[in-house]
Design a protein around this ligand. Sequence first.
Ligand SMILES: CC(C)(COP(=O)(O)OP(=O)(O)OC[C@H]1O[C@@H](n2cnc3c(N)ncnc32)[C@H](O)[C@@H]1OP(=O)(O)O)[C@@H](O)C(=O)NCCC(=O)NCCS
Length: 198
Amino acid sequence: MNVFSKTIGCLISIPARARGMKFGKNSFIGPGYAIAPTLKGVLLGNNVIIGRNAWLDISRNTKGGRIIIGDGTQIGRNAVLSACKKISIGKKCLLSYNVTLADHDHAVFDPDISPMDAGITEGKEITIEDECFVGAHSFILKGVQLGKHSVVGANSVVTKSFPAHSVIAGSPAKLIRILKQKESYEERADGFRHHAGV
Ligand SMILES: CC(C)(COP(=O)(O)OP(=O)(O)OC[C@H]1O[C@@H](n2cnc3c(N)ncnc32)[C@H](O)[C@@H]1OP(=O)(O)O)[C@@H](O)C(=O)NCCC(=O)NCCS
């Protein structure tokens, strides 16, 4: 990234920093993000990029909501991350565009109280472990934990947790398969040769 882009990135982040958002080294948020009354509790690691028009929402109905994003993670445009408890995204994850994570719901189940008056439910933390991929237009609901290097298909609604290396998709998201790790040294070496174009 050149000096010009870095300067623009720094300028864009000023309102977020002023509201308490913490940026690691070389981390940026794109223009058009929602300038909430507080962004205290939002913590970006190093080399994090969040695309334009993000809404990072720390609920004012509860105390201590946090959004924590690990080193090297990138999030596409129009992301919504809404936390009343905690949303934690690991290192080197890639979240595509129009992705939403919300660790709570609106309390809409009492027929005598309108949704406008009902507030929100108690939150349940969302954890996305390192190296996960989340496809475009996906929604990750409260309490979900995705194990390391899981893959979420486009347009998925993820309602429950999945272990490491899961490939999931659909609404509700279901397991398609588990990624197989190359176990033998020979298989790994093959992969490296292929990667290196040898
Ligand atoms: C989930 C995904 C990674 C799986 O790819 P894949 O392993 O090649 O999967 P396949 O195409 O072999 O499909 C396997 C099964 O999952 C289903 N499936 C695949 N993607 C799906 C999706 N997004 N939603 C629902 N079902 C899906 C297929 O229909 C197929 O079902 P079947 O076995 O009953 O026929 C891919 O389909 C996907 O959604 N990628 C994300 C695209 C995206 O967000 N791009 C933006 C990039 S920035």
